[in-house]
Write a protein that binds this ligand. Structure first.
Ligand code: FPP
Length: 239
């Protein structure tokens, strides 16, 4: 990873292609998800090394429940095992792990693994890893709307005071910054209901590489492309 330029502060990744990778290797889909977990490890290390401050990873969307129960179970178990096995390493590397999503539908053991990992890594200050589990951008928008409505009903907020700042402050993770760079692997070019609010001015970068093959080379290429983008945020280019 070349460290010449400041990396994007918030990198969000849609990790796609585990199933196709497994198929290419003539193995069951679970094999692809396991290899995907190794890629997660690689990318967390590389992002921390590059100076990324926030890395959000789409691990399980609200729509992923539509997969066969067997695959849902494998994914949930894999995420739980990863949380239990990686938390100590993250703590040592000064990385804070946070989980974003609706936890009510998760198993008690996964919820407790999340609580343990979050508690163990709470003082990490080098980089935040935000793991989106049972998450979707539309869920987050609805959750925000519910919180705003409740504040208005409680009399602590005036309806006409709801602006971008108030909306942002009522999100499930109010300090989640705007995404600077969104990466999606496997050749698909969709947002798939990831951070809808936070992606407003994100730069998008797509690669055909399947997630289990994703590593430093792809991250380097994504960052290089990012540095060539002219981010105007609706204004004009800097002279
Ligand atoms: C997409 O591949 C990937 C997922 C739905 C889940 C992401 C999960 C991992 C990377 C595994 C471990 C995660 C953590 C955080 C430890 P796909 O199954 O949609 O692939 P396909 O489109 O080729 O079928």
């Amino acid at each position: 990873m070349s460290a010449a330029r400041t990396p994007p502060a918030h990198v969000a990744i849609i990790m796609d292609g585990n199933g196709r990778w497994a198929q290419q290797h003539l193995r069951p889909r679970a094999f692809g998800h396991k290899a995907g977990r190794v890629a997660v490890d690689r990318v967390v290390t590389a992002c921390a090394k590059a100076g990324v401050k926030m890395l959000s990873l789409y691990a399980f969307s609200t729509e992923n429940w539509r997969r066969p129960p067997h695959e849902v179970k494998i994914l949930m178990e894999l995420i739980e095992t990863a949380l239990r096995e990686e938390a100590e390493k993250m703590r040592k590397n000064d990385i804070r792990l946070r989980v974003l999503g609706d936890r009510t539908a998760l198993s008690a053991s996964l919820r407790s693994a999340i609580d343990d990992a979050e508690a163990l890594t709470a003082s990490g200050s080098r980089m935040d890893v935000v793991l989106a589990i049972n998450y979707s951008g539309q869920w987050a928008l609805c959750e925000t709307a519910r919180r705003l409505a409740q504040a208005v009903a409680d009399g602590t907020l005036q309806a006409d005071a709801i602006d971008e700042a108030a909306f942002s402050a009522h999100r499930p993770m109010p300090d989640l910054p705007p995404v600077d760079l969104l990466i999606r692997s496997s050749g698909e070019m969709r947002l798939s209901n990831f951070h809808l609010w936070e992606l407003a001015y994100a730069e998008l970068w797509f690669t055909d590489v399947l997630w289990p093959d994703f590593g430093e080379a792809q991250l380097d290429a994504a960052f290089a492309a990012y540095h060539h983008r002219d981010r105007r945020f609706g204004a004009l280019s800097q002279p």
